[in-house]
Write a protein that binds this ligand. Structure first.
Ligand code: KE4
Length: 429
């Protein structure tokens, strides 16, 4: 670990809880000192000691174009000269909303907010306003931001630190949330009653590591919700514009009542969004009785970055390229693990993926949790030493960007092979 990151981490811990502004960044899931990042470009990040890494985190999803894409940088620069924030409507917000609705037909109207958490919090409130019901169904290992009602058997940091529920959340709130195993329609049917306002699901789970939906799972949720008069919320904060331009709902052909978005639609700037039918969104203030607001919602700089990002993605070959290269990586690592006798499973949808250190299959939180975290941590640090920056947790998704060229993928496979060979020796001796 570089000296500068260590010095900065000590200083940061004096003034910021855990030295980080979001828990998963603290390397608690893998041990050691977090890298302090100085800058990034394309597929690379550079730490405070000037060391270079192939970035497989991409800010946890937003950087699908790679870092510092010239169109996005130019758009942000131009917007910044016109003003940072007005607290008043702007044409850019209309344009981004129109781009989102055009990409995702289930969204006829959309409200921009400042984070994925705000998006899911608002979506829950909208579902409860629309149905007059209180209960929510979520999935074990699903993470939807740090909304009180959803910090129940939560994934991401909650699962990484083995504290899937949070202190400070009254039981009166969490009593209304039912969490069931992912990919288990029977459990959803059993939990569903006339009091459930909504089911919220990551259409491709990313916060227990990458876990694809089983065949028929999403359509099954759609049917169960329709029958029960509950709303289906697809939390596409991670999958929106990631697994396809139209999100996971276009890939799996499922129509939710509400979609939440974030990450990519801001191109790396703070943003979130929730949307649905015109009829449903009439409930949202100032039109209707469901209140939701935000000083910086629709911020002109974030909107400029988001528009530029979606503009590059739209009608591009980026998704096809990402599918090919990510598939090549998955095959390469799987073959290497077989060669070196290291039990692992690589789950992937498009350019989001996770290497689970378990035989697998990994189909839900329980099977994801069977992963050997000690081996993952060893793999993480050895790969860091090889100049590869992975998500610092076994229960997180990794990402490639359009800037990860074929040579990057070949290098990643080579470096993983060297590390897996070493791991086999270390753990098998
Ligand atoms: P934010 O509030 O962090 O913008 O979004 C919350 C959120 C909502 N829904 C899904 C499906 C998400 O993946 C997230 C946030 N993802 C994590 C990564 N697992 C963000 C990283 C972090 O917490 O620092």
């Amino acid at each position: 670990m570089g000296k500068n990151s260590e010095t900065l981490f000590s200083r940061a811990q004096e003034i910021i809880p855990g030295g980080v502004n979001s828990p998963v960044r603290a390397f608690k899931g893998v041990g050691g000192t977090p890298l302090f990042i100085d800058q990034a470009l394309g597929s690379r990040i550079f730490d405070a000691d000037g060391l270079q890494y192939i970035d497989c985190v991409g800010s946890w999803g937003p950087m699908i174009l790679g870092h510092g894409h010239r169109y996005v940088v130019e758009a942000v620069k131009k917007a910044a000269t016109r003003g940072f924030s007005f607290g008043a409507p702007t044409v850019g917000e209309i344009e981004l909303a129109e781009m989102i609705a055009q990409a995702i037909p289930s969204i006829e109207m959309v409200r921009l907010v400042n984070s994925g958490t705000e998006a899911t919090m608002s979506a829950l409130r909208l579902a409860r306003a629309a149905t007059g019901r209180k209960k929510i169904i979520k999935f074990d290992g699903g993470y939807h931001g740090h909304v009180d009602a959803l910090l129940v058997k939560a994934g991401s940091g909650g699962a990484t630190f083995n504290v899937p529920d949070s202190a400070g959340v009254p039981k009166e709130v969490t009593e209304l949330t039912i969490s069931v195993p992912y990919n288990n329609l029977k459990a959803v049917r059993e939990a569903m009653d006339g009091e459930v306002a909504a089911v919220i699901v990551e259409p491709v789970a990313g916060n227990m590591g990458c876990v694809p939906p089983a065949e028929g799972f999403l359509q099954g949720l759609r049917d169960i919700c329709t029958e029960a008069g509950a709303l289906l919320i697809l939390d596409e904060v991670m999958t929106g514009f990631r697994v396809a331009y139209g999100g996971a709902q276009s890939l799996y052909n499922v129509k939710p009542d509400i979609t939440t978005l974030g990450k990519i639609i801001g191109g790396g700037m703070p943003i979130g969004a929730y949307g649905g039918s015109r009829e449903l969104m009439q409930l949202v203030s100032p039109l209707g009785p469901m209140y939701q607001a935000g000083t910086l919602s629709g911020n002109p700089i974030a909107v400029a970055a988001g528009k530029a990002t979606l503009g590059v993605l739209k009608n591009s070959s980026i998704y096809a390229d990402l599918e090919e290269r990510s598939g090549e990586f998955q095959t390469g690592v799987t073959k290497s693990a077989e060669k070196h006798g290291v039990p692992l499973t690589v789950n992937r949808v498009g350019s989001m993926w996770t290497i689970f250190f378990t035989e697998g299959p990994v189909t839900d939180y329980e099977s994801a949790n069977k992963s050997n975290r000690e081996r993952f941590s060893r793999f993480f640090h050895l790969m860091l030493g090889e100049g590869v920056y992975l998500p610092p947790s076994q229960l997180e998704a990794a990402f490639f960007s359009a800037a990860h060229a074929k040579k990057d993928i070949l290098q990643l496979i080579e470096r993983a092979d060297r590390v897996l060979k070493k791991i086999n020796w270390e753990f098998e001796k």
